[in-house]
Design a protein around this ligand. Structure first.
Ligand code: ATP
Ligand code: MG
Length: 397
């Protein structure tokens, strides 16, 4: 019996004239993800991507696992494929559905006929399919409201597709369909979650990280690189910009009021991100800021940081509390790495009493105490770039 996977569109299905460009990106992303797993024929028809294994080595369950992390997919169904002959489906139904139905108590059936030339209409298919399932599994009861298993039969262009399992997909829009943005990635819990959320809206997410050796260690940097690797599961390949930040922090410490240190430092980070965005064509900056979490994330502090940005700044976790953000981090598999106890440059020289209501005039005046623009340009020049490939694991901690 031939088995294939159908990936049904999520939000793309609502698109109008430009829909096929989104579909092309989705198919491309699926191809990239499945390349490592085996050979599959991947094509799209009728708001669905068809994923057919081409040989014994193409592991269909591994493909389903990978597809669960591909944005743009609304639902995933593993199906048996038959010729469009209802009796043929009925003859094979017991064998294919045995795993799903032999231990179930109740079920319902759903039938869909997108090939309108098929002689039976949907309600008719549904009725006869229900009877056939009851014949094959007499212990079952029908429960149309709260079934344990839904048996679906779809009559499509090229065949009849029978399935007993529908998995909810990752949703959102295909990565790359909304342009690209730069995620300010620290070693904390929040920023990886923020990157995941924006990739879900279709952004290609690359990462920028600021390091302050010797105050921050190689291990701290490796931890962030590991987070990058983990994010590739959802984001695909990621470029990683590592910015040397020590000298800027030292000059901020030496020349500026201590109470403004954190906000000034964040503005420097944003100004460096501006330059990288401009040079590399990113259309926005993403951060893991959450309102009121720390002194640098009060409304006045965010105002001052935001004033340094020349690109839209996306803060998808701004309205979430730590528990909600942690839930996301656990789901996407970054939490355990985020809680490894390595230092971040944000904690280097951090003031005892940061101002929670900084005034932009004071901040701008403080910034004039040194030629920070020159330092920013130098830091950008010395920035290292690395690439993390989807699914690869090279960083060990
Ligand atoms: P936590 O999860 O511990 O709150 P955090 O990453 O949110 O960690 P914050 O000090 O709250 O740490 O920083 C707010 C945001 O600033 C981060 O979410 C991140 O986007 C950015 N950021 C902080 N430190 C760095 C860094 N070293 N490199 C890049 N971005 C950083
Ligand atoms: Mg935070």
């Amino acid at each position: 019996m031939e088995e294939i996977v159908l990936a049904k569109y999520g939000e793309i299905a609502l698109k109008g004239e430009n829909r096929s460009s989104f579909e092309d990106i989705l198919v491309k992303n699926i191809r990239r993800r499945l390349k490592k797993i085996g050979e599959f024929a991947i094509s799209r028809r009728q708001s669905t991507v068809y994923i057919e294994p081409l040989n014994e080595n193409a592991d269909i369950d591994a493909a389903v696992e990978a597809l669960k992390k591909v944005f743009g997919i609304g639902a995933i169904q593993k199906c048996a494929v038959f010729p469009k002959d209802f009796d043929e489906v009925v003859r094979n139904l017991k064998e294919y559905l045995d795993g799903a139905l032999s231990c179930a108590k109740n079920f319902k059936v759903e039938a869909k006929r997108s090939d309108k030339s098929f002689p039976m209409k949907s309600p008719d298919i549904q009725q006869r399919l229900g009877d056939a399932v009851l014949d094959a599994f007499p212990h079952l009861k029908v429960d149309v409201h709260n079934p344990e298993v839904t048996v679906r039969l779809e009559i499509r262009d090229k065949g009849a597709y029978l399935s007993a399992e529908r998995i909810i997909g990752a949703g959102g829009m295909p990565v790359g369909s909304s342009g690209k943005a730069l995620l300010m990635l620290s070693g904390g819990i929040d920023s990886p979650a923020a990157g995941y959320m924006m990739a879900k809206r279709g952004l290609t997410v690359d990462c920028i990280h600021y390091v302050s050796p010797p105050y921050t260690s190689d291990r701290a940097r490796m931890k962030v690189e590991k987070l990058c690797e983990e994010l590739t599961e959802y984001c695909g390949d990621i470029r990683f910009f590592c910015v040397p930040f020590t000298e800027i922090q030292e000059k901020l410490r030496d020349f500026c009021p201590e109470e403004h240190f954190t906000v000034l430092m964040r503005r420097m980070m944003v100004k460096i991100a501006n330059k990288i965005c401009e040079r590399e064509g990113y259309g926005g900056i993403i951060t893991g800021e959450s309102l009121a979490q720390v002194a640098s994330q009060t409304l006045p502090a965010l105002y001052c940081t935001n004033a340094a940005a020349e690109f839209p700044v996306f803060r998808p976790v701004i309205g979430m509390d730590k528990i909600e953000i942690t839930e996301i981090a656990r789901k996407i598999g970054t939490f355990e790495t985020s809680i490894l106890p390595y230092e971040d440059c944000c904690t280097v020289f951090s003031p005892k009493h940061p101002r929670t209501r900084p005034k932009i005039e004071e901040i701008l005046t403080a910034e004039k105490a040194y030629d920070f623009d020159k330092m920013i340009n130098e830091a950008v020049e010395k920035t290292e770039v690395k690439r993390f490939k989807y699914g690869e694991r090279t960083v060990f901690l």
